[in-house]
Design a protein around this ligand. Structure first.
Ligand code: SF4
Length: 447
């Protein structure tokens, strides 16, 4: 199976040829991409954004999201890396890695393009990769082929002698950017005014802040300072149990869908989960609604997982009777309800590994991961629920050209694009991360 990027380039070329020769595209040629700009090098967007002075997310699923003005803008990649062929970049990356040896470790997120994952020493989700960074203490440099919040977490969990490098600074995460520290602090002040700060008779404080791993280090620190905690998509229900042992209610940010799907599965009614719009007083809710709240959901979402729909599931089931549908819990609630199962990237991987040969899977998560699974497990039929190829636009900003540039920088003794979390922030963020690591599922806690 060709990579997502190769397929996008093919689609774009075919579309251009069809337009030129006035030949309609071939119906039944299964795929289309959501944006023909995906066929370009990401440096085109770095340049456009630098010239316009307005950062964006580039083409892909979060193209339409508004990037905050504070989003880092990547400086220009030297021309030699833009002009290099795939084969030349491959040779340069391999040569730089060979020179650096154990001094460097390259981490690749599941959602990263194949052309980058090919050079990763570890591939995994954000937390697995942060742990991989922690366990490679001999590496002076950790090159994180993922997005900004992941590199921040790796920096906080790795040693002080290690540098964490994000090959393209424009690789943020649109969901993480939907909650910033001033907005969350303003929300917190409103919640304190409403609920007070005193614990109840059982010693439970009015609100516990819970942040998804997909958030800035500043928000993890906010949670650490206020008795709160971090969660991942693998442990969200364990973390909510932990929070409800200590608090009467939870403020969950930034992903409303993970919060809603997890709390609903725990039996919390939807009417006790108001959505918090940071631009409106009381988040756009009445006092009565807020008084009945158990989980206050921040109005954030992932634009990749928002693309999945119930109609896609119905169509896939009609086309493939006996199909097994697994979606990520960042998908909207209706989609999770219509699927057979919902789980993290690790859950999806293990479900595929454990399935009897010949199983047909429709998967609701990022296309690079789904296509890689399809190639790695040919004994199954595996396809993405979304028929349109639309990768995560921020993961897309990492290209082998940037990887070669940062690795050759290291060979020359220069650390490029280092991500550093100030120690004053990291101290409190680590508290929230450590609480997560110490939280045990209810069944384990009883055992
Ligand atoms: S897939 Fe969604 S949550 Fe993950 S990095 Fe991309 S935008 Fe962020």
């Amino acid at each position: 199976m060709s990579s997502v990027n190769t397929t996008i380039q093919l689609i774009t070329r075919e579309q251009a040829e069809a337009a030129q020769s006035h030949i309609p595209g071939q119906p039944g040629r299964a795929q289309e991409s959501c944006d023909e700009d995906l066929a370009q090098g990401p440096w085109e967007f770095d340049l456009a954004e630098a010239l316009a002075g307005t950062p964006g997310y580039g083409p892909g699923a979060s193209n339409e999201d508004t990037a905050p003005a504070s989003t880092p803008v990547q400086g220009q990649l030297p021309q030699e890396y833009k002009d290099a062929s795939d084969a030349e970049l491959e040779g340069r990356i391999r040569a730089a890695k060979a020179v650096l040896g154990e001094r460097v470790v390259v981490l690749g997120h599941f959602y990263q393009r194949d052309e980058v994952v090919a050079f990763a020493d570890f591939v995994g989700d954000s937390f697995q990769l942060a742990n991989a960074a922690k366990n490679r203490s001999e590496a002076e440099a950790i090159v994180f082929c993922g997005v900004h919040f992941m590199a921040e977490t790796a920096d906080m969990l790795s040693g002080s002698h290690q540098s964490v490098i994000l090959p393209n600074l424009a690789a943020g995460c649109s969901m993480a950017d939907m909650a910033d520290l001033p907005s969350v602090e303003a929300c917190w002040a409103e919640l304190e005014a409403l609920y007070g700060t005193e614990p109840d008779a059982e010693g439970r404080v009015p609100v516990i802040p819970v942040t998804y791993m997909n958030s800035s280090a500043a928000l993890k620190a906010f949670c650490g300072e206020r008795g709160g905690i971090v969660c991942t998509s693998s442990n969200a229900s364990t973390v909510l149990d932990w929070a409800f042992e200590r608090g009467q209610r939870v403020l969950f940010f930034p992903d409303q869908h993970l919060g809603r799907n997890t709390a609903k599965a725990m039996g919390i009614p939807l009417e006790a989960m108001p959505l918090w719009n940071p631009r409106l007083p009381l988040g756009g809710n009445s006092q009565q609604v807020m008084e009945a709240a158990k989980v206050v959901l921040w109005q954030g979402f992932c634009s990749v997982h928002k693309r999945f729909t119930v109609a896609q599931i119905e169509k896939a089931r009609a086309d493939f009777p006996g199909l097994r549908v697994i979606v990520h819990p960042e998908c909207p609630m209706e989609v999770v309800d219509a699927a057979d199962e919902a789980g993290s990237t690790d859950y999806i991987l293990k479900a595929i590994q454990g399935a009897p040969d010949g199983t047909t899977f429709a998967i609701g998560t990022e296309i690079n991961m789904v296509n890689r699974l399809a190639a790695q497990y040919p004994q199954h039929t595996i396809f993405c629920l979304d028929p349109v190829i639309c990768p995560c636009s921020t993961m897309y900003r990492i290209h082998p050209g940037y990887l070669a540039w940062v690795l050759e920088g290291l060979v020359a003794g220069e650390v490029r694009n280092q991500i550093t979390v100030p120690e004053t922030t990291a101290v409190n963020a680590r508290i929230a991360l450590e609480r997560m690591l110490a939280a045990k599922p209810r069944s384990a806690a009883r055992a």
